[in-house]
Ligand binder design. Structure first.
Ligand SMILES: [Zn+2]
Length: 455
């Protein structure tokens, strides 16, 4: 009995202690919650105050306009204009300002017309803001004019109003150490606290993000497949060699941390369009880079040889050149002797000739559809180079296939940077030997070019 009573007393004591502790813990959690909420509130308040301060410097009576913005590969390029009402403008810059008032400046190309000043970040489609290099944060995008009057430098900041056909967009950076950033490009509206006028501005939000399952870094396209064998020589067939190379490239790039998609991983025919189409996959996967692997062939054996890297026109050719240089160096190979459409050793920029433009338009009439209005001698000729680059590469398809009159992404302003690699000539003994025996060297050459480009 006594023992039992004692036990009951201890039990009651423990219960009371437990209750007190639970209440104290509850209070502590509640207190923490209030603190966190206040902190979040004051952080948001601070951001608003910082934002106010940034916009104090910005002109409110006039603004600049975005005529077009594009993302080709990893570069955001902005083209626009502002009214030409100031005198003596020396320079125009695009300025990114973050909430800590740090700024990144880009000098713009300008072309003055009577009442307008047109500006662009670059005439090359793969230049502009390198989105891979923008740190996490919130950025306001402005145009800054710098003019000199009576030895005094005057700087003015203008908002960017969207006058393009495109609303906002999003970009995922390439996977680095398993990490990605998501970059949102937005046009937002704010009300001026003084005159209560509303105005539009451009904004970039960069934050760490996991890569959505359908988003990839790189697409590798093994040329041909199935009923399309490509070139052949001495029992060797282009579609088999390009597949072997694509599979190994994917493996090596995966080891380096990139997320890679193949247009085909076996001997099968790949459509041009449709969900798994060659030209559509880079858009659908939001890839930053697409490489098409091919082998060349000449009219007679051993007549020609060497590497040819094809890329769109209006490009900075550094990346293209590094593919050609590395392949020649790593494989003791050679640059192609082909001089047609050659831009640099091993680098080729092939556009339509006038005869080809006429022919494509004739085809369009035959098939009873409207030819693409911008088809000209400034349009890239090779299918995978042209059709994967949206409006930047004047994608339109060439109309030879009745089922494929349209590229659903031809008006896209965001697309992968495209290179078509003719690794060598299948009917050159020297090249074929190299291709069969030095596969590892070719793969390393290509992978090193990619790693160096995004470093
Ligand atoms: Zn081919």
């Amino acid at each position: 009995m006594i023992n039992f009573k004692l036990k009951k007393g201890v039990l009651l004591k423990s219960l009371v202690t437990f209750c007190i502790m639970a209440i104290m813990l509850g209070l502590a959690i509640f207190y923490r919650y209030i603190l966190d909420r206040n902190e979040a509130k004051s952080r948001a308040q601070q951001e608003i105050e910082k934002e106010e301060k940034i916009f104090e410097e910005v002109e409110t009576t006039e603004c600049a306009y975005v005529k077009l913005y594009t993302i080709y590969g990893n570069h955001l390029n902005i083209k626009g204009y502002l009214k030409n009402e100031q005198q003596d403008i020396d320079k125009i810059k695009l300025v990114l300002v973050d909430l800590d008032f740090n700024s990144i400046e880009y000098e713009l190309n300008i072309k003055e017309k009577e009442d307008k000043i047109n500006f662009s970040m670059s005439d090359n489609i793969n230049e502009g803001i390198d989105l891979e290099k923008i740190q996490e944060g919130k950025y306001f995008v402005f145009i800054q004019t710098i003019s000199n009057s009576q030895d005094k430098e005057i700087k003015r900041l203008y908002n960017l109003k969207n006058n393009s056909d495109y609303t906002g967009n999003e970009y995922y950076t390439l996977t680095k150490n398993g990490m990605n950033n998501k970059i949102e490009i937005k046009f937002k509206e704010r009300e001026d606290s003084k005159d209560e006028k509303k105005y539009e501005y451009m904004f970039l939000n960069v934050e760490a993000s996991t890569l959505p399952s359908k988003v990839y870094d790189i697409v590798i396209d093994a040329g041909h497949g199935g009923k399309s064998p490509g070139a052949a020589y001495n029992g060797f067939v282009e579609k088999d060699i390009t597949l072997e190379y694509a599979l190994q490239l994917k493996q090596k790039l995966k080891e380096k941390g990139y997320k890679v998609k193949l247009t085909r991983d076996k001997d099968e025919y790949v459509e041009s369009y449709g969900n798994t189409g060659r030209a559509v996959m880079p858009y659908r996967t939001k890839a930053k880079l697409v490489l098409s692997i091919h082998l060349n062939s000449s009219a007679s054996e051993n007549a020609e040889g060497g590497v040819e890297v094809y890329t769109p026109n209006h490009m900075n050719l550094t990346f293209a050149k590094s593919f050609a240089d590395n392949i020649v160096k790593y494989t003791d190979g050679r640059y192609s002797v082909n001089s047609y459409a050659k831009a640099l050793d091993g680098v080729y920029v092939r556009t339509y000739t006038q005869a080809e433009v006429d022919e494509a338009i004739e085809y369009a009439h035959e098939l009873n559809y409207m030819p693409y209005e911008n088809l000209s001698t400034d349009t890239p000729y090779l299918f995978m180079v042209r059709e994967t680059g949206g409006i930047m590469t004047k994608a339109y398809i060439d109309g030879r296939n009745k089922e494929e009159l349209n590229n659903p992404y031809r008006n896209s302003n965001i697309a992968a940077e495209s290179y078509l690699l003719e690794l060598g000539f299948i009917n050159s003994k020297f090249d074929l030997n190299n291709l069969l025996q030095k596969k590892e060297n070719y793969i390393n050459a290509i992978v090193d070019s990619i790693i160096n480009n995004y470093k």
